[in-house]
Write a new protein. Sequence first.
Lengths: 344, 308
Amino acid sequence: MNYPLSTHDSALSTRSQEFSRRCFLKAASTLGLVSLSSCAGRKPTWKKGGYRKPNQSQVAILKAASYDRDLTSVILDGIKSFHLDVVGKRVLLKPNLVEYERDTVINTHPAVIGAAIEAFLKLGAKEVKVGEGPGHRRDTDGLLLASGLYPFLKDTKTQFVDLNLDDIRRMPLQSDFMGIDSLYFADTVLQSDLLVSMPKLKTHHWAGMTLSMKNLFGIVPGVKYGWPKNFLHWHGINESIVDINSTIRSHFSIVDGIVGMEGNGPIQGTPKPVGVLVFGDDPVAVDATCARVVGLKPERIDYLKSAKAFLGNLDPAGIRQLGERVSQVVKPFEVIESFRHLKI
Amino acid sequence: MRTQIINFLLEQQNTDGSWGFSPGKAGAIEATAYALMSLTWEEPGRKAIERTLEFLRKTQTARGAWPVTTQDSEEAAWATALAGLALLGFEGTDSMRSAAAQFVVDSFGRHPRPWVLRLADWMRSFDASYVEENRGGWKWNPDTANWVEPTSYALMFLKKFQQSVANSPASGGSTMKPIIAEAELLLYQRMCKEGGWNYGNARVLGEELRPYPLTTAVALIALQNASNPECQKSLGYLQRAVREERSALALCMVAHCFSLYGIQAEPWMQAATVLYSETQFFHNIKTSALAVLALQSLNGKSPFRLAG
């Protein structure tokens, strides 16, 4: 059979770099294509005071050659360099758990998650939970077992929360890049004191990179928005990333860059050893630093371009670099053709 | 395992008659519908069933629908289809399920496309080799694309509903027939190259994507067409893939699917039982209810089974 237009691709695809599908639909159906220029020019706004961009952000790059070494010590060192107040806090670790395929590096490695659980408990957290709401898979139970995360959870008696099936709460958005006023979020996220985004260092075929900010797609509940969370795609992936992060702040990030993924990420890319864990208290600064580590220009990644205006620091001048310098650990990633312009 | 799970389900029913996805969570229509289906043939479930029917009666909207959870108010066709399917097993619910069927029928549609692309579709339609891509089905949310799971749930419900009212003059069967046919075409169109389905994307950026056992079982249950070569191809995939499956949720759905297609399902329920002893299915209500349903299907009882 011949499929001249790929619905499959277009159903998932995001708004273009310049204007949203929603704007396109609105304009095309009501005013004609001439109106597209006005959509392209729509200036998203954000609530003043809803989020305060730090004057100075900190990012730490610590070397970790493999998953076999003592990662708890590395993570403890990383957290301690931020003077993060953990004592008595309810910590929610949000790893990237997408799907499992043998010999791939799609997910945040379970050893990193296990080490983070141990580290936060050692630092005096009242409780540590792990939560994720995968975008495609409903059989999260199988993912926990196949990915190897379950033994770490069992050993540390850590509760896993499927954020797709959690109680849900509607929250007003603090910015309007998507053009909507509210989204539902998983209640466990809203009840935590310290949300830690723990992404895998990966390329992403729609967004360029998927890091600590894109990782928060997993706190948007599938029970409300489906599998995939097509509602977010329909309103634009980049726009959704910004609105979610303007509304729900991850207090800390730990990026699994021990082995990352280059090429056609986030699922079909190629494993690429980088040998680092990246820590930070500003997700924009963390993502920008990670982009630099893999040889990409964060200034050209759409969601970071938007986020730097009000969410966090993208310029090196606004980022205090701890641990290794970027130049000491840089490992350029291959990217798909449509993201060649991101390469340094 | 069966008795333990049934006791677990009865213990975890919310006071309003619903079930959440896990203990203590707010009522979710999907979890409630599966729990209700699983208790249909279980004697200890009588009182729980009454409370659930009352819950569904109270929460059905004026348009015949349900939202996904009690914490939401937006009507959802996929959740409505599952509630409707569950209600088919109970007398005295005719008006509720008819209203639900009407809502599901009204929610059927293609995904939104700008007029320029619709014009392109129309122009291509003059080419005999052209196959329309934008087929009607069901969505997770209004004004987004159609996907495998919501389309499958709607198909399961409407096909069973159609059969249940076949002799009624006001059955609405004639309006459902073309909708069901088009939605089935959508599923076949979204099938992965090796057979089977994932959430609904067979390929992205020219790369073939792999199917998942869970969504493949769901789609095959919705289609229930053993003589169709694409169903056969997908069953072949499922029989290969299930050997490595670690998800109890998927195993239970696959076992149920195999039962409906007359394929040996016991080994996969044994695998699910092993997982139960290890994890108690992570106290997931949906998985627990599906396990009971799958066990019942081994004895020929299934709320998904189509007559003939």
